[in-house]
Design a protein around this ligand. Sequence first.
Ligand code: PHE
Length: 342
Amino acid sequence: MELENVEKVATEEIEACEDLDQLNETRVKYLGKKGLIQGFMSKMRDLTNEERPKFGALVNKIKSAVEEKIRIAQEKLEEKKINKKLESEAIDVTLPGYKFNTGVIHPLMQTIEEIEDLFIGMGYEIAEGPEVEEDLYNFELLNLPKDHPARDMQDTFYINPNTLLRTHTSPVQARTMQAKKGEPIKVICPGKVYRRDDDDATHSHQFMQVEGLVLGKDISLADLKGTLHEVAKKIFGDERTIRLRPSFFPFTEPSVEVDVSCFKCNGKGCPICKNSGWIEVLGAGMVNNNVLKMNGYNPDEIQGFAFGIGVERFTMLKYGIEDIRNFYMNDTKFLNQFKGVK
Ligand code: PHE
């Protein structure tokens, strides 16, 4: 090939390259150690002293020109390669994203946590006990001997004559007293309880309670009332007041039924409070002397109160839920209403 032609042919070939591999082959062909341009260099030997510098300068000029063309082509092909890669990896930002559903703390747990927060703030401990319970703790040590008529108040699932599914969280009262051996007590006991009820809008064979027990010197009904007033304010609003009505539980004497002033009509009378201005919310009382004695406490030295909160009832009243079965259906439409409530 004539020296004058090399640049032209090389340029054509370089420009025709479609990718970096082809360009590299072309570079080797012209600029490599055994390449065409090197070939011209080695021909210098055959030239005269006069011809040599001129020829050399020309070869160098062509070499630089080809190098420059290759550099430009390389840039272009590299850019082409990157663009191609970007195209194949393109992200359609208009596509809808993945939706991550977040859960919600179950409304019953929210109520329990609210109650726990309140009582922990007042220095109470949290105690738990078994759901499969002995007749001894569920009934006998709570002043309900066998054949006591008040056992009918709580239709019981018996596993065998001495073992049952606890009908209330009060057996934790007895267990705590046995464990504390005459020492003062301030506990709440949240948990599941079971009764042989037919399920309907307001009854369930399984539900939750929070039992409270305080024993100490000079604990009176006034302390019970003050404590339950705090509960009513925390759950149903600061303006709430409470009233106590005489009632009966075998494990407390005196026993009371506790009403809270209606949070809907503020006591004026409405369908929720059945026009009375008051809503019944829980049972409570001063721990019966027999219960104290049976569980190792001396009623002349120490006394106190107990109360039992129905968690479902509290939650239904608080949020105006009409059917207790809603709590157990795992219907996300129902549960999602409680997102961010607490
Ligand atoms: N244990 C009672 C019930 O389940 C509630 C209660 C607890 C009443 C403590 C008085 C004192 O019905």
